[in-house]
Structure formats: structure tokens, C-alpha cells
Design a binder for this molecule. Structure first.
Ligand SMILES: Nc1ncnc2c1ncn2[C@@H]1O[C@H](COP(=O)(O)OP(=O)(O)O)[C@@H](O)[C@H]1O
Ligand SMILES: Nc1ccn([C@@H]2O[C@H](COP(=O)(O)O)[C@@H](O)[C@H]2O)c(=O)n1
Length: 207
């Protein structure tokens, strides 16, 4: 039996990675195909040992903020058709929740996250590398709205974090990783043509 197809979806925070992933997933669930999704954000490091004000100072847009070693290990396990216990992360407390969930392997595994293509060990694990390329001002507006509604942030905290780490780290790590991608998706998560092209490529590969 061949290995599962592992697809990475990367791009800036707020670029539309999650929406693109959800839309791709819908295409397959309608056809009863087996696709599993994993998020790089689950692999943000545990910070239980730090006080809240210390956690707030962490640079969450640096590759070192993630436990990529564990993610590589999990992808290797999924490649062998075995299941993994992945951690859960809370953006409000900036640390992992005290629980894990089981993810079974599947013919198609989609993983989405900001730093996936910036890590060499991870890059080699992906069969298809997709970069969602959205102008940064649009990403910021989307992130502002989402972080206030879903992640318990204020306008000031989103603006300060953006200037201090999100924007500079994007230019240092994420923007250069764009050049390792096989496919660049413009217009974010709703790009129907990109969804169709990727879907038919996956179908051909799975035949
Ligand atoms: N093409 C789009 N048009 C309008 N809103 C979008 C579009 N793409 C994403 N969004 C919205 O922007 C926010 C951030 O998108 P999301 O997919 O979560 O980004 P990411 O996963 O890259 O951080 C979400 O609320 C999402 O619904
Ligand atoms: N405690 C945390 C952890 C991460 N972030 C931000 O999340 C962004 C990545 O997630 P997306 O869904 O937006 O791709 C990243 O830019 C971090 O700044 C955070 O704010 N707090």
C-alpha cells in the first residue's frame, strides 16, 4: 500500500489558510473520500511553567515557538498509516490544554500553518506545498476581527503584536518560504479555480 498524500497549506496569519482548508475538505467529504486535517497551531509549545504576563511576551511568529520535532514525528507516524495523539492549544491562555485527541491516518492528510514551509525537515514531508498569498493589509484586517472575536484580544494588543513580531517575522520567515511552494493561491480561501485544480490533482494521485 502506498503512503498517504500529505498536503501543506501555508501563508501569513489571516491569509485564508483555514478557510481554504475547510473548502478543500468540503469537496472531498461530499464524495465520501477520507481526508484528515491537522493544524500546526496545535504544536505551539506548552508554556504551563510561565506566568501569564511572561506568556504574553513570547514571539509566536518565530519558528522556535512551535514543537516542530513532535509534528515531524507525528507526520512520520501518519505516513505509516498509524494514528497519533495530537495536543490542543488555547490562544487565550497561550498554552496547551490538558488533553489530546486521536487523529487517524487517511489517504489524504492536510496540514495548515504559518511556518510549515520555513522548516526544512517539514518541507521534505509534504507531497504538495501550497502558499496562500494574500496582501498583508487584508491579512491584518481579517486577523484583527478574528482575534478580537475568537481569541480574546483587544485592538491595542493586536496592533502591538503585529508591529513587534507578526509583520517582521512574516518578512523574515514566511515570505521567503513562498518560493518553496508548488502552488501559489491568490484571493484567499474562496479561490474556486485553485480549489478545483488541487482537488483534481489529488484525485489523479489517488487513482
Ligand atoms: N476570501 C475571503 N473573503 C472574506 N473573508 C475571508 C476570506 N478568506 C478568509 N476570510 C476570513 O478571514 C479570517 C481569517 O481567515 P483564516 O482562514 O482563519 O486565516 P488563516 O487561517 O490564514 O489565519 C476568517 O474570519 C475568515 O473567515
Ligand atoms: N498564543 C498565541 C499563539 C499564536 N498566536 C498567533 O497566531 C498566528 C498563527 O495562527 P493563524 O491561525 O493566524 O495562522 C501567529 O501569527 C501568532 O501571532 C497568538 O497570537 N497567540
Amino acid at each position: 500500500m502506498s503512503s498517504p498524500l500529505i498536503i501543506a497549506i501555508s501563508g501569513a496569519s489571516g491569509s485564508g489558510k483555514s478557510l481554504f482548508t475547510e473548502n478543500l475538505l468540503k469537496e472531498f467529504s461530499e464524495e465520501g473520500k477520507s481526508v484528515q486535517v491537522l493544524r500546526e497551531d496545535h504544536y505551539y509549545r506548552n508554556q504551563d511553567h510561565l506566568l501569564m504576563h511572561e506568556r504574553e511576551k513570547t514571539n509566536y511568529d518565530h519558528p522556535k515557538a512551535f514543537e516542530h520535532e513532535l509534528l515531524v514525528e507525528h507526520l512520520e507516524t501518519l505516513r505509516k498509516w498509524q494514528s497519533v495523539e495530537y495536543p490542543h492549544y488555547c490562544y487565550k491562555t497561550h498554552t496547551r490544554l490538558n488533553k489530546t485527541d486521536t487523529l487517524n491516518s487517511a489517504p489524504v492528510i492536510i496540514i495548515e500553518g504559518i511556518m510549515l514551509l520555513a522548516n526544512e525537515a517539514l518541507q521534505h514531508m509534504f507531497d504538495i506545498k501550497i502558499f496562500v498569498d494574500t496582501p498583508l493589509d487584508i491579512c491584518l484586517l481579517r486577523r484583527m476581527k478574528r482575534d478580537i472575536i475568537e481569541r480574546g484580544r483587544t485592538i491595542e494588543s493586536v496592533a502591538n503584536q503585529y508591529e513587534a513580531t507578526v509583520k517582521p517575522m512574516y518578512h523574515q520567515f514566511i515570505a521567503p518560504s513562498r518560493f518553496t511552494a508548488d502552488v501559489i493561491v491568490t484571493q484567499g480561501g474562496e479561490n474556486k479555480i485553485a480549489l478545483d485544480v488541487i482537488k483534481s490533482h489529488i484525485q489523479q494521485t489517488l487513482l
